[in-house]
Structures are given as structure tokens and as C-alpha cells.
Design a protein around this ligand. Structure first.
Ligand code: NAD
Length: 414
């Protein structure tokens, strides 16, 4: 029987609602015991939402139990209802300081829904207190911060998951990864991932986002840290977790209409990245919060010596040699055949359950600290390369990050 993981949520802004729902959805495996935010109104709102969400689920599970078709389903619904109903008696504690929460509560894990500039601090503090960590994307602003988080969790023997697992936990991603890593696609030498919005800049074209999104000192960067992070994470998973060796990036800001807000806005709106991995693969990424591009194919493209993935479609090369009357080879006639992808029958956990399962076993979460570190090296490295106007190695990235003063000055793009 697995342990019911006691969770403390840190950061109660916009995205924390998904954490509340994510853990409430697994009553047998998780219990939210505390919420923390420096803004009183935010923590009170989420606190009320945990209690009302649990009460509503208890009520509907009790009603569903009456109508359950099997005794097993009825017992499961009743057991879930009892756990949700218990929130009313047990309560959920409120904190404004995560260090206080770590001291005062008997937690197993923390769930970070704070902005990127408040990821390293609570993750390291939680790890040192022996708590598992689930962290919102992006894992951190710099590779150095991400490394500190990964190392602190490894040293404490706790699990570190970060919120991009949802991009990998599905049968298609699993099957593509299997094809790529088992050699069935041959030598996988190159890939490309393109994703951009026409107009989708937080707080410029889309409203209701935290003010920190456009300020690199708080966010780490713009589109690559906000949306590119998901795609880069998925590519690292599909390719079998290769280690970036060198990174080259260009970044652009200046899409119309101009930003007229009063907050600092120094982040990129478009980034193009070229990464060489230590295993010889290379990959190009293009991401944009805003563009004037239409009708261009977007998605992931993976090039192998025996076939390719174009999006989620598998193509295998089945060509053959033309021969002359004596059987001598004349010319090769290629035949690229779209081939159904064999999907695994097993079901996949959602990202919260994947984290809870890891807390209860030797398994690592699908998007773990090692993966997040590689993704952060690519993100931070791309903007540093853009600023320097040349390719950089990952070693050099850490050396240059070590020269940065705090608070992070960001990488303003001219
Ligand atoms: N908004 C989205 O659509 C979205 C989607 C996916 C992921 N995310 C990610 O989730 C994270 C949070 O984003 P958000 O949109 O919820 O931001 P937000 O600004 O709405 O909320 C952040 C919350 O963290 C709190 N906070 C700041 N410092 C704190 C501290 N030291 N201790 C406790 N609480 C503190 C703030 O008061 C605020 O309530 C970011 O990393 C973001 O990239 C956001």
C-alpha cells in the first residue's frame, strides 16, 4: 500500500488552481495539508478552494456510490468520499513563509507554483528538509539554479519533478521515444521543432498574467521560458535524454503593436536555437510568442537514417535497388511509407500522479531534475548565445552564469 503524500503548495496565484485540482483528483495518494503565499488574498482564496473542492467531490462521489454498477466501484467511491470529506475536519493550514511551513508541517512534498525567480530557494529549502519537490515550469531561470535544485534533491534523496511531464505522459510520445531510442529509426541525427503564436504575448496580447512574465530578472526570459520550455522538454524525452554540448541562439523582440505598459519588458518574443548534443545528434528549435507567419508546418520533425517522424506520423524508408539484366545495381528507388505507430496498451498517469508514484517508489518522475537541467541549459544558453552573437558550450554557460550578480540582470536583447 503506497503512502498518502502530504503536500504543501507554495505560491497561490493563477496556476496553483491546477495543483489543487491535480492533487484532489488523487485522494488515495495525496492530501493537501498546507498552502503558502506572501499575498494574503491569494492564499486565502486557494485555501477556500481546497476545502470547497474537496467538499464538492465528497458530495458527488457519495451520490455516485449509490448508482455504482459494481460493489468494487461503490467501495472505491465511498473510500474517496471519506477522504475528501475529512478535509473539513482536518483543515488546511495557511502560511505566508515557506520556511515556516516546512518547519511547522509534517509534509512529504511541496508543490511550487511560484514564479521562476522563486523556484530555486524553496526547492533547495524543501530538499534540505527532506521533502520531495514538484516544480512548475520553467524549472529555473539559469542552468546554475537548476543544477543547485537537482543537486540538493539528489543529495537529500528526494524526488524532483517539474511541470512539463504532461508533454510526455501519453502513448504516442512513449511510442515515438521507443522508436527513436531502440534504433528502429536508424541513426537519429537531426530534428526540428517549430511552434509559434501569431499574437500571444502575456500582458500584451493576452491579459491576466503575473507582472513578472515580461521581466527577465523574474522570468528568466520570454517565449523560450514560457512556451518553448514544453517543446524542448518533450524533445529531450523523445530523443532519449541526450546531453546538450553547444548551443547557438538568436533572439528578437519588436513585434507590433508596441508594448505600452509601465512594467519592465525586456524579454525575447522570438527565439531560434541550434543545439549540438554530445551523442552527435543536433536539433533546431523555433519559438515565438508573436509572429506574422501563416501556413507554415509546426510541430516536431525527427530525422533518422531508416525513417522519420513528421509530427506524430511515422515514415519508414522501404526503397529498393533497380537492377539490370545481370543483377547489377543501377539506382536506388526510395519509397517512404507512412507506417502505423504501435501504441502501448498501458494507461499513463497524469503529471501529478506520476510525481506521487515516484515519491512512493524508486522510479524517477518522467520530467525530473536531470531532464529539467538539460532543458534549462538550452533555454539559458540560447539567450546567452544570442547576446554574445556566437555559439557557446555548456561548460562556458556555467562559467558566465557564475559571473552574474544577483538579482539576475537578465539578457536584454537590443
Ligand atoms: N499562468 C499560466 O498560464 C501558467 C501555465 C503554466 C505554468 N505556469 C507557471 O507557473 C508558475 C506560476 O505562474 P502563475 O501564472 O501562477 O503566476 P502568478 O503570478 O499568478 O502566481 C504566483 C504566486 O506566487 C506567489 N509568490 C511569490 N513569491 C512567493 C514566495 N516567496 N512565497 C510564497 N508565494 C510567493 C505570488 O504572490 C503569487 O500568488 C510560473 O513558473 C509559470 O511559468 C503558469
Amino acid at each position: 500500500m503506497s503512502k498518502r503524500i502530504k503536500i504543501g503548495i507554495i505560491g497561490c496565484g493563477m496556476i496553483s488552481g491546477s495543483h489543487v485540482n491535480g492533487y484532489l483528483a488523487h485522494p488515495q495518494h495525496a492530501e493537501i495539508v498546507a498552502v503558502c503565499d506572501v499575498v494574503e488574498a491569494n492564499v486565502k482564496r486557494r485555501h477556500a478552494e481546497v476545502l470547497s473542492g474537496a467538499a464538492a467531490r465528497a458530495k458527488s462521489a457519495t451520490a455516485d456510490a449509490e448508482k455504482a454498477e459494481t460493489a468494487e466501484a461503490r467501495e472505491q467511491l465511498k473510500a474517496d468520499a471519506a477522504l475528501w470529506a475529512a478535509y473539513a475536519d482536518n483543515g488546511v493550514k495557511i502560511f505566508s513563509d515557506y520556511n515556516e511551513m516546512l518547519k511547522a508541517c509534517d509534509l512529504d512534498a511541496v508543490s511550487l507554483a511560484t514564479p521562476p525567480f522563486v523556484h530555486e530557494g524553496p526547492a533547495v529549502a524543501a530538499a534540505q528538509a527532506g521533502k520531495h519537490v514538484f516544480c512548475e515550469k520553467p524549472m529555473a531561470r539559469t542552468a546554475t539554479e537548476a543544477k543547485n535544485m537537482r543537486d540538493a534533491c539528489d543529495a537529500a534523496g528526494v524526488k524532483l519533478a517539474y511541470q512539463s511531464g504532461g508533454t510526455c505522459l501519453d502513448p504516442t510520445s512513449y511510442a515515438i521515444r521507443d522508436y527513436v531510442t531502440s534504433g528502429k529509426l536508424g541513426d537519429v541525427y537531426y530534428g526540428r521543432l517549430t511552434s509559434y503564436r501569431v499574437r500571444g504575448r502575456p500582458n500584451v496580447d493576452m491579459f491576466g498574467f503575473g507582472r513578472w512574465f515580461l521581466n527577465s530578472a523574474y522570468s528568466g526570459g520570454g517565449t523560450v521560458y514560457d512556451t518553448g520550455v514544453y517543446d524542448i522538454n518533450r524533445s529531450i524525452y523523445l530523443l532519449g535524454s541526450p546531453q546538450p554540448a553547444t548551443i547557438s541562439g538568436i533572439a528578437y523582440r519588436g513585434m507590433l503593436p508596441e508594448y505600452t505598459g509601465e512594467e519592465i519588458n525586456d524579454v525575447e518574443e522570438h527565439v531560434s536555437i541550434f543545439v549540438r548534443f554530445t551523442n552527435g545528434m543536433s536539433f533546431t528549435y523555433e519559438h515565438g510568442w508573436a509572429s506574422n507567419m501563416a501556413e507554415q508546418p509546426q510541430g516536431i520533425f525527427i530525422f533518422g537514417s531508416k525513417g522519420s517522424f513528421s509530427g506524430n506520423k511515422l515514415f519508414l524508408e522501404k526503397g529498393k535497388w533497380d537492377t539490370d539484366d545481370q543483377g547489377n545495381r543501377r539506382r536506388y528507388q526510395s519509397d517512404l511509407v507512412e507506417t502505423p505507430l504501435a501504441l502501448p496498451k498501458s494507461s499513463f498517469p497524469d503529471k501529478f500522479r506520476d510525481f506521487l508514484n515516484a515519491c512512493n517508489s524508486d522510479a524517477q518522475p518522467v520530467s525530473n531534475g536531470d531532464v529539467g537541467l538539460k532543458v534549462t541549459e538550452i533555454m539559458s544558453g540560447s539567450l546567452l548565445s544570442a547576446k554574445l552573437g556566437r555559439e557557446i558550450s555548456v561548460e562556458e554557460l556555467y562559467e558566465i552564469e557564475a559571473l552574474r550578480t544577483e538579482p539576475t540582470p537578465g539578457w536584454p536583447i537590443p
